[in-house]
Ligand binder design. Structure first.
Ligand SMILES: *Cc1c(COP(=O)(O)O)cnc(C)c1O
Length: 364
């Protein structure tokens, strides 16, 4: 801490992303990146990109990209918002839809935003950054979301579907009940992993005025390094996001990102093939881990949340790291016995299962 810091900067507890180590080559199964490269159409668009165009600012409205996303999802471009990764859009959503705590005074229960106790750990960080009060209803013992906990008075709801880091998905009917339970509050559905098997809430975003769906190209589109997220929802919610963005940075999505994201959308066959491959590898790996005695949460995402037998999550994480395999471990109540394993290529998952079997003294 420095005497030059604001009280706010000093009080922050920032989000800590998964390691991106540079010290050696790892089999990297810790940040839910896609093991396959983006579509060859992305490589071609990058080759064809004219660096001279970088002299000019990008289109602040990202019209071409929003039109392409609208076409992809069957909605008008004006119902699409794009951002520098979906993390940025989530941060904008906290500011656009939720109120900070009043200075002094106690905060009544209905003034809290709700998200689960075990979920994406960026949500409490945004809430703290913007001074927004929140409550965290506990997931059920099987890590499913208890819909009833989200039906009472509150200031809004944020739910990832599938949830992270558990991989469990909530059926659309549950989200529909939550959205209808609080018609004057916004439900933000974070669909970072939806392409790996869950039901999308896009029909709710199209039919209700209080549902925003947030997506990313980081996971199923293999573009984590590009930083491209988007949101789909009713025009009034999109407009609020635009107001927040335009009070912060007019150019959140650069020219290269707009161009390459459009290229990625132009190749549905690549998208289908790679996401299907990831889902098949996930199911094979889950079966193998269960045979080794792991408790594996059913996953609709590109990762597995698994509890090793007779060994702590942290011990497994450390032992795998020594052997060149990186997974994610969370030192948090309820989940500190688990590790989160990103689904890699079949060869990478094979290496993981072989090492795990050795460590647990079981047959592979
Ligand atoms: C990966 C992830 C994001 C962030 O995606 P970016 O678009 O890369 O910022 C958002 N929400 C959840 C639940 C994620 O796992």
């Amino acid at each position: 801490m420095s005497r030059l810091w604001s009280r706010k900067a000093a009080a922050l507890v920032p989000y800590v992303p998964g390691e991106q180590p540079q010290d050696r080559r790892y089999i990297k199964l810790n940040t839910n990146e896609n093991p396959y490269p983006p579509s060859p159409a992305v490589a071609a668009a990058l080759q064809a990109f004219d660096p001279a165009a970088l002299r000019l600012y990008p289109d602040p409205q990202s019209r071409g990209l929003r039109a392409a996303l609208g076409k992809e999802h069957g909605v008008p471009a004006e119902n699409v918002f794009v951002g520098n990764g979906s993390d940025e859009i989530l941060a904008f959503a906290f500011q656009a839809f939720f109120e900070p705590s009043p200075a002094g005074g106690a905060v009544p229960p209905e003034a809290h935003v709700l998200f689960p106790d075990v979920t994406y750990s960026f949500y409490p960080v945004y809430a703290a950054l913007y001074g927004i009060p929140y409550r965290t209803p506990p997931l059920a013992d099987d890590f499913s979301v208890a819909v009833e906990d989200y039906l009472g008075p509150c200031a809004g709801v944020v739910l990832p579907n599938p949830n992270a880091p558990t991989g469990r998905a909530l059926p659309l009917a549950g989200l529909a009940r939550i959205a209808a339970g609080q018609p004057d509050r916004v439900l933000v559905v974070d669909e970072a992993y939806v392409d790996f098997g869950a039901e999308t809430a896009l029909p709710l975003a199209a039919s209700r005025d209080n549902v925003l769906v947030v997506r990313t190209m980081s996971k199923a589109r293999s573009l984590a390094g590009l930083r491209l997220g988007y949101a789909i929802g009713p025009r009034q919610l999109i407009e609020a996001l635009e107001r927040v963005r335009d009070s912060f940075n007019s150019y959140t999505v650069d020219r290269i990102a707009q161009t390459l994201a459009i290229a990625a959308l132009s190749d549905p066959a690549w998208f289908e093939r790679t996401r299907t491959e990831v889902m098949e590898t996930r199911e094979r790996t889950a079966r193998r881990l269960r045979k080794l005695g792991f408790e594996v949460v059913p996953s609709d995402a590109n990762f597995l949340f698994a509890k090793p037998p007779g060994m702590g999550g942290e011990a497994l994480y450390e032992a795998l790291k020594e052997r060149g395999i990186l997974v994610r471990y969370f030192r948090k109540p309820r989940i500190d016995g688990h590790v989160r394993i990103t689904v890699g290529t079949p060869e990478e998952m094979d290496a993981l299962c072989v090492e795990a079997a050795r460590l647990l003294g079981a047959g592979g």
